[in-house]
Design a protein around this ligand. Structure first.
Ligand SMILES: NC(=O)c1ccc[n+]([C@@H]2O[C@H](COP(=O)([O-])OP(=O)(O)OC[C@H]3O[C@@H](n4cnc5c(N)ncnc54)[C@H](OP(=O)(O)O)[C@@H]3O)[C@@H](O)[C@H]2O)c1
Length: 378
């Protein structure tokens, strides 16, 4: 079994996004000198800093020594005044307003689509480059939808310091995790059809959903009626169709995001994609079964080699001990794990492949991907 290559985090927000991001320690223990707070570095704003993704932004910024000269912590009026300790400094959460973006170079948004729609364009007008985690702008023409390992060229020419604001969208978490594994194979043999089935964690629905899954688990085990505020149904010891709205064509919004975003990211309006998205009672990290049909043949050994050499991916594919990717194993990790790599016996020759992918969707599916985008702005 391959080991994860990415560096283990020394610290992070706790599972439920409580507000403490302590300064880092070197791998041997003592605190190392921070290089990220620099006078000539960009000024940052984190919008939705108190949420699951917002907290992860802080962890990833610290973990990657992202350079910044200042950082503004923004959330709703409810959280204004709350204190956040980040990299040995204390910050006060401020209420997001139109004036929040004065002098801000890069804003990382994760406060929901309506907030992005309202404040994203205001920020851009003030010269800020917005990296948005919501679905508000993903399918808007001219807004790059970027996975850095897949289509970095989509944001060519957008840089901090050229005096212009811009919007860049982070794809949906399920799309990112799927395409991290499917793209290297697509580049080799061109995917013509993809069938995705997801097993999505509580964390994808935010910090409150994670808290409710934990609460419900206690309640069910104690023989009590479970609290059902978030999904209006029992989540612990259950699974159900993804909670996004069901559209007139019978697909839910999450499924159609996979369909549409794949076409935009691959710049291929002909690729046929279908998806079934399911919420499972896993705390953190999504799993996806992905069936691929290729234009050109691709045998499973070659596919395994391609995946082993792909950036941001780790192959866990040990048939002898029946060991394959799991959500637990990828939780809080940067890399997406792929396994169960096998020829699809229902397709002719080597034109079909099945794979199973797991990725931490708060990390690579949201915060890490957004900060990799921000790194390309420097
Ligand atoms: N969770 C994931 O894995 C994931 C992955 C990809 C994308 N996303 C997207 O990221 C966004 C946030 O998701 P999340 O999971 O982090 O949700 P969450 O845990 O519920 O956090 C929501 C954040 O938005 C803030 N917020 C809400 N209303 C606001 C307002 N009126 N003004 C300013 N801030 C406001 C909240 O601040 P308060 O604490 O003050 O309410 C909180 O910081 C959503 O658009 C989601 O679709 C999430």
């Amino acid at each position: 079994m391959a080991a994860f290559t990415n560096q283990q985090l020394h610290y992070r927000s706790d599972l439920f996004g409580r507000l403490r991001i302590p300064g880092p320690k070197s791998r041997n223990g003592p605190t190392r000198v921070r290089m990220s707070l620099q006078e000539n570095a960009p000024s940052l704003a984190v919008v939705g800093v108190t949420g699951a993704v917002g907290q992860e932004f802080l962890s990833v910024l610290a973990d990657r020594d992202f350079p910044y000269r200042s950082i503004k912590m923004l959330a709703s009026k409810r959280s204004a005044g709350q204190r956040i300790s980040f990299e040995d400094r204390n910050y006060e959460v401020e209420e997001l307003t139109a004036d929040s973006f004065d002098g801000i170079d890069i804003a990382l948004f994760s406060a929901g689509g309506s907030i992005s729609k309202q404040f994203g364009p205001i920020a851009v007008d003030r010269g800020t480059i917005v990296v948005d985690n919501s679905s508000a702008f993903r399918m808007v023409d001219g807004v790059p939808l970027v996975i850095p390992e897949v289509n970095p060229e989509a944001m060519d020419g957008i840089k901090v310091g050229n005096g212009k604001g811009a919007l860049i969208a982070n794809p949906n978490c399920s799309t990112i995790i799927c395409l991290m594994a499917a793209t290297p194979l697509h580049r080799h043999s061109k995917v013509i059809r993809m069938v995705v089935s997801t097993y999505q964690a509580a964390s994808g629905a935010g910090a409150a959903a994670m808290r409710e899954l934990e609460l419900q688990t206690h309640e069910v085990l104690e023989g009590k009626q479970p609290t059902c505020d978030i999904f209006q149904r029992q989540y612990a010891f259950n699974l159900f169709s993804h909670n996004s709205s069901v559209l007139p064509n019978g697909y839910n919004e999450e499924e159609m995001k996979l369909v549409k975003e794949t076409r935009k990211i691959w710049n291929d309006s002909n690729v046929r994609v279908t998806a079934t998205c399911i919420r499972v009672p896993v705390m953190r990290a999504h799993a996806e079964s992905v069936n691929l049909q290729f234009e050109k043949p691709l045998d499973e050994d070659k596919a395994r080699d391609i995946l082993k050499n792909a950036p941001g991916l780790v192959v866990i594919d040990d048939r002898a001990s029946n060991n394959f990717p799991t959500p637990l194993e990828v939780s809080k990790k940067d890399d997406v794990a792929v396994g169960r790599i096998r020829r699809d016996v229902s397709q002719e020759g080597n034109h079909g492949l099945d794979i199973f992918v797991c990725g931490d969707q708060i990390r690579k599916g949201a915060a890490l991907n957004a900060i990799q985008i921000a790194e390309m702005l420097l």
